[in-house]
Ligand binder design. Structure first.
Ligand code: SIN
Length: 481
């Protein structure tokens, strides 16, 4: 590990890399080899409280720093991240397992949020309102919300932190990050670079811990923390929401998805195959905007299936740095068990495995890319997020039927449709009960557009001009003259 200058093993609180008070550590492993990478400080409630207090002090001073100065520091952080893209990508692949090309992509994606919000920091405008009385002047100013807790997932160990921390810092907030225990190293490397960029101490704290329940409880119940932003499962999101109720915190929740891709008879077939493939297999199928169920219209079903199978045959499973590898392992054994359960259920209910269907001969948590034909709405795959490289193809006849099946879920994050009919594009896009609609496109994430869902997929939006508003409070001033 000596080849990495950014590989830190201690948590980062108040500008210092620190051990746990009881010196506890936990093991971080490479999911591709199951080998230990290193030990990392395992913090608990007390250190979380320290991080919150440090953030409180730092935030008060940061709120008074001119937006342009905040922007300069963020810009510097962005530049350092991009200068260190290769090392950050290697660390990310090591702890998360994704192919190195995908990790490089994630570092650039993550950095784009820092760059974007460095620019947006200078554009936090208030408002002057028409007066209700001749001697009144009515105004709105925007102020930072305060201390923010960010609880982030293992599937994007870099980008899900920058997508939360960059707007928070741009707005004048301080952040306490609890990264996933599977992937704390990317978070710590980001903190080191923020430190080098001159971010004042206490503004970004990284609480590494295996005790997500205890840390989450301290973060949600603290009256100092004014906002919780979380990416993860709907189940945990609901718990955080409940725990945040006692202090009436603001919440941003990026929760589960169950993305439908609908391919109509009139789609450009090659483009539809490309788009569905890109959305299905990104990060081994482990993103909340990954296509979970593929609805293909009757007239194009067999052709789509044949071409999709051909495309899937090109996937090369393996370790991140192996030549030509395009897909990594799943994160844990329980992820393998879940996809197996979904396949078994589908086969029992009449689906046929066209490709894959079992753990890979590579061993560990590698799973074969799997294609199912004759999947139906009655199967688990239509209702639960698989989060794995499983592509179930469901047949439909009419547009209405596809919309009804696509909306038949408690989730509402991303959806995709493939058609060349302009009226249908509008009709279906408007009918889909989702926060995001990809139209003839399977890759929809970027820093410019609002990312977020409806229904049980969560609250709030990340990225974009709307993402900054999430970290600002509106204050109305009524001036009598
Ligand atoms: C996620 O899976 O949580 C985020 C995916 C993305 O940013 O595209």
């Amino acid at each position: 590990m000596n080849r990495f200058t950014l590989l830190k093993q201690q948590a980062y609180i108040n500008g210092l890399f620190i051990d746990a008070l009881n010196n506890k550590t936990f093991s971080v492993t490479n999911p591709a080899t199951r080998e230990e990478i290193c030990q990392v400080s395992d913090l608990g409630e007390k250190e979380t409280e320290q991080a919150i207090l440090a953030a409180e002090v730092a935030q008060k001073a940061w709120a008074k720093v001119l937006p342009k100065e905040r922007a300069n520091i963020l810009r510097c952080w962005f530049e350092l991240v991009m200068q260190n893209q290769e090392e950050l990508a290697q660390i990310l692949s090591l702890e998360q397992g994704k192919p190195i090309a995908e990790s490089r992509g994630e570092i650039a994606y993550g950095a784009s949020f820092i760059e974007w919000f460095a620019e947006e920091a200078k554009r936090i405008y208030g408002d002057i309102l028409p007066s209700d009385k001749t001697n009144h002047r009515l105004m709105v100013i925007k102020q930072p919300i305060g201390v923010v807790a960010a609880i982030t997932p293992w599937n994007f160990p870099n980008a899900m932190i920058t997508r939360k921390a960059a707007p928070a810092l741009a707005a004048g907030c301080a952040v306490v990050v609890k990264p996933a225990a599977e992937t704390p190293l990317s978070a710590l490397a980001l903190a080191e670079l923020a430190h080098q960029a001159g971010l004042p101490k206490g503004l970004l704290n990284i609480v590494t811990s295996t005790d997500a329940v205890a840390v989450g409880k301290v973060l949600t119940e603290s009256p100092i923390v004014r906002k919780v932003t979380f990416t993860g499962s709907t189940r945990v999101g609901k718990i955080l929401m409940e725990q945040s109720a006692c202090t009436v915190k603001k919440l941003a929740l990026e929760l589960g998805g169950n993305a439908p891709s609908i391919v109509f008879d009139d789609a450009d077939l090659d483009n539809a195959v490309e788009g569905v493939f890109a959305s299905k297999f990104r990060n081994s199928g482990q993103t909340c905007v990954c296509t979970n169920r593929i609805y293909v219209q009757e007239g194009i079903y067999e052709q789509f299936l044949a071409k999709f199978k051909q495309k899937m045959a090109q996937i090369k499973l393996g370790s991140a740095n192996e030549l030509g590898v395009t897909m990594g392992p799943l994160i844990t054994q329980s992820a393998v068990e879940k996809v197996q359960r979904h396949i078994e259920d589908a086969v029992q209910k009449g689906a046929t495995v066209m490709m894959g269907g079992k753990p890979s001969a590579l061993g560990g948590t590698f799973f074969e890319p799997t294609l199912l034909r004759d999947a139906t709405q009655s199967m688990l795959i239509a209702h639960e997020e698989t989060f794995a490289p499983l592509a179930p193809i469901i047949r439909f006849e009419a547009e209405e039927e596809a919309i009804q099946m696509a909306n038949d879920t408690e989730f509402g994050l991303a959806s995709y449709l493939f058609t060349q009919d302009m009226s249908r594009i509008w009709r279906v896009s408007e009918a889909l009960e989702y926060g995001i609609v990809g139209i003839n496109e399977g890759l929809i994430s970027n820093e410019i557009a609002p990312f977020g869902g409806v229904k049980e997929s969560g609250l709030g939006r990340e990225g974009s001009k709307y993402g900054l508003e999430e970290f600002l409070e509106m204050k109305y001033l009524c001036l009598k003259i």
